[in-house]
Write a protein that binds this ligand. Structure first.
Ligand code: GFB
Length: 310
């Protein structure tokens, strides 16, 4: 990527998109194009085509998506599959039509089979059934990476896909029914501390294992990949280490300073038992995650305090 070339970040107000904008600007990429939802509805095919034809970006980061934690995925199943399919189809097709040669699509580690071998290699895609709580979302994301692959094969574009593990950091969603586990636990621990509660309730059994990546690291991985001569394929992005949800909750309460105990609400679903990514492909290219879990949670908690409780 040259510093002056035009870069469209789709979804720049989200957690990943906003981290991408900060990362690109910090690296001297000054020609960024962004649109709010009011300015451009990515669900409208005609509007997306008109925008991309007129702006004709050199690069697109496709970070716009309908996302959420286990409860939101399991509840808003139609919205998650429909909105994600439409957004990615609109952008990838319009990109090809207007001659945009480089695009990076953001997927998710939940695209891999529920019970596949760990750590998960990119080649395990489509080798078994998916986790039920997020199957609609996972199918939409699989379609997204297949869109990229198919346009590359038929039309010679250079569209790559990244599959991040569970992300967290600034601009996360702290709504308890929509959020992922990490922001939910930060908020619950903070509010329990303020109220002086004795207990904090964690969903599920606490035994599922998850891998957490700080979103600034994710943004760096995306920009790093766009800067390489990589023209096709799927790349896992994570830390290569996971923890149980119980261990995560212990770490969060330590950071927040909540001194009560943890109880588990086993009426809530656990989701997939483990999804630890094999990050060898990115490591071989020269990228590894920098931010440790304790440090990342500390920074996320600072951001939570600033944006929600200032
Ligand atoms: O982060 P999370 O919602 O999503 O939940 P997934 C991870 C684990 O944390 C599950 C447990 O076992 C939850 O039961 N958990 C414990 C909690 N307490 C809480 C809580 O207060 N809130 C939440 N949300 N979880 C999502 C997928 O799966 O991960 C998406 O549904 C996407 O498709 C995303 O892939 C990265 O890791 O289970």
């Amino acid at each position: 990527m040259n510093k002056g070339e035009k870069i469209f970040v789709a979804g720049h107000r989200g957690m990943v998109g906003s981290a991408l904008v900060r990362c690109l600007e910090a690296r001297g990429y000054g020609n960024l194009v962004v649109r709010t939802r009011d300015e451009l509805d990515l669900m409208r095919q005609g509007d997306v085509e008109k925008f991309i034809v007129e702006e004709r970006p050199d690069y697109i980061f496709l970070a716009a998506a309908r996302v959420g934690g286990i409860h939101a995925n399991n509840t808003f199943r139609a919205d998650f599959i429909y909105e994600n399919l439409i957004i990615e189809a609109n952008i990838v097709h319009a990109a090809w039509k207007s001659g945009v040669n480089r695009l990076l699509f953001l997927g998710s580690s939940c695209i891999y089979p529920r019970d596949c071998a760990q750590p998960i290699k990119e080649e395990y895609l489509l080798t078994g059934p998916l986790e039920q709580t997020n199957e609609p979302y996972a199918l939409a994301k699989i379609a997204g990476l297949k869109l990229c692959e198919s346009y590359n094969r038929q039309y010679g574009t250079n569209y790559v896909s990244v599959m991040p593990t569970n992300l967290y950091g600034p601009n996360d969603n702290y709504n308890l029914l929509e959020s992922h586990v990490l922001p939910a636990l930060i908020r619950k621990a903070h509010e329990a501390k303020i109220r002086g509660d004795r207990q904090l309730t964690v969903w599920g059994t606490g035994t599922p294992r998850r891998e957490f990546l700080y979103v600034e690291d994710m943004a760096e991985a995306c920009v790093f990949l766009m800067e390489q001569e990589v023209t096709d394929g799927v790349f896992n992005v994570g830390t290569g280490c996971d923890v149980t949800i119980g261990e995560l909750a212990e770490t969060v309460i330590r950071v927040v300073g909540f001194e009560g105990s943890i109880t588990f609400d086993t009426s809530r679903p656990d989701g997939t038992p483990q999804k630890l990514l094999d990050v060898g492909k990115m490591r071989d290219l020269g990228w590894v995650a920098k931010t440790g879990l304790f440090e990342g949670i500390t920074r996320a908690y600072e951001d939570f305090l600033k944006s929600h409780h200032s």
